[in-house]
Design a protein. Structure first.
Length: 138
């Protein structure tokens, strides 16, 4: 497994774990009664944990695999990145349109922001997952 693929796995697992926990808490009974300030704090905590775990994992992978690390992208890496970005664009576009329609139908602002965050995290997860799939396939 190449260094780039390992980094994609780290990002994918960190995002799915952190934001999966955040969105699951919205569906619990605590989520129905919690204040928006609680979720703002939880969101900042999740952002910190996701970024921190990605930094620590990157440093560990960098130290353990120095010989594999190449910062220059070859043509295959570029093609994989382009293909995954194109695949993730359509769910992002549809999600933004759907959330705009929900906003005009009376959804509250905190709910709207959570929907938009879910759309962004979903599109990024699709991009990362498809890149991993293409690296595994090649």
């Amino acid at each position: 497994m190449s260094f780039r693929e390992k980094m994609l796995w780290v990002a994918f697992i960190a995002m799915m774990g952190g934001f999966g926990f955040y969105f699951l808490t919205l569906l619990t009974p605590l989520g129905e009664n919690a204040s928006p300030d609680y979720y703002l704090g939880l969101l900042f905590l999740i952002f910190g944990l996701v970024i921190g775990s990605m930094l620590v994992a990157t440093l560990i992978l960098f130290i353990r695999n120095r010989s594999e690390v190449t910062f220059k992208e070859d043509e295959r890496d570029s093609d994989i990145h382009k293909a995954a970005t194109q695949i993730a664009y359509y769910p992002l576009l549809l999600g933004v349109w759907a959330s705009g329609a929900m906003f005009h139908n009376g959804v509250s602002t905190p709910t709207m922001l959570n929907i938009l965050l879910a759309v962004l995290v979903g599109a990024e997860s699709i991009r990362l997952g498809y890149q991993i799939f293409l690296y595994r396939k090649a």
